[in-house]
Design a protein around this ligand. Structure first.
Ligand code: SF4
Length: 300
């Protein structure tokens, strides 16, 4: 196991995509999460998962228990607003009787999951049914109202007309049915619209997950996968051996792993500065520590 101060603990980093073109066409980037969930379901490694699906209101998402390939494919694609997936864990075990659940989420959700597992107060007989945790790279996330602003005020279209959203190369792209070209918003113009908590978050690559993945560090249509735990690594390896995932060379250079490390480092540094500033002002931030040696010693 490699202990990396920027990417967290991991066994190996590879670049891969789903072999199934149908999964890729319905998914974001390489379709890794959908392909792994479907494979794990078919191999009885899990018996269900919780996915984010669009609610009756366009762009608004809600969690849903998924127990079939169809359910998983229906939810494919990144959502750029928060979905409280963990809130459905109890129902997944009690009402659906799931015994082996895969939890997919942002780094903060993976952290919440691990805390629940460590201190399962109110969640006994639930957290022991977590069979797998897949984390998605996350720089920031937007409340629903911010997404509406991007779509209605900036792209000047209606939420119902949005066909896809994607963050790539420093821009948020909004595809909608009014135009064949995606509307692009530079990410520097989206600052201030993110959830306030994201400004104090130090985890870009879901360091506590079994498997982390995202498009950063890979060429278009592919994803980088960070194999972390034995559990996660064996699932990815099996999926490759069975032809569910196809692998390509991993770019170690400035558009590859260097980029992944750079973004993770930048997030940690930038947000640690904000944490330090708040603590200097005497304000508290739950679970955050000052980076200043003196403060750390004093708080012990
Ligand atoms: S930036 Fe951090 S707090 Fe915000 S959604 Fe992503 S993981 Fe969660």
């Amino acid at each position: 196991m490699i202990q990396d101060s920027v990417l967290g603990p991991y066994q190996e980093i590879i670049t891969a995509r789903a072999s199934d073109k149908k999964i890729r066409s319905k998914s974001q980037d390489g379709g890794i999460v959908s392909a792994l969930l479907i494979y794990a379901l078919e191999e009885n490694i899990i018996d269900g998962t919780i996915v984010a699906v669009e609610s009756n209101e366009a762009l608004k998402v809600e969690p849903k228990v998924a127990t079939t390939k169809k359910d998983i494919l229906k939810a494919a694609g990144t959502k750029y607003t928060m979905c409280p997936n963990l809130a459905l864990l109890k129902e997944a075990t009690r009402s659906y009787g799931l015994e082996k659940i895969a939890a997919v989420g942002t780094p903060c959700q993976v952290m919440g999951l691990r805390k629940m597992q460590a201190y399962p107060m109110g969640a006994r007989n639930v957290t022991d049914k977590i069979a797998l945790s897949i984390g998605i790279y996350c720089m920031e996330n937007f409340p629903y109202e911010s997404l509406r602003t991007f779509v209605c005020d900036k792209a000047r279209t209606a939420p119902q007309k949005v066909t896809k959203m994607n963050i790539s190369k420093g821009k948020l792209f909004i595809n909608h049915s009014d135009s064949k070209d995606a509307f692009a918003i530079p990410l520097k113009e989206t600052h201030g619209y993110e959830q306030s908590g994201c400004n104090y978050c130090l985890d870009y690559v879901a360091e506590l997950s079994d498997i982390s993945c995202g498009s950063v560090g890979a060429k278009d249509g592919w994803s980088t996968i960070i194999k972390r735990t034995d559990n996660g690594a064996s699932l990815v390896d099996e999926a490759i051996n069975e032809g569910v995932l196809e692998v390509t060379d991993t770019d170690e250079g400035k558009f590859g792993l260097e980029m992944l490390k750079k973004l993770s480092t930048n997030k940690k540094k930038k947000n640690q500065k904000r944490i330090d500033k708040k603590l200097d002002m005497g304000l508290s931030i739950p679970f955050a520590h000052s980076s200043k040696k003196k403060d750390i010693l004093e708080n012990r």
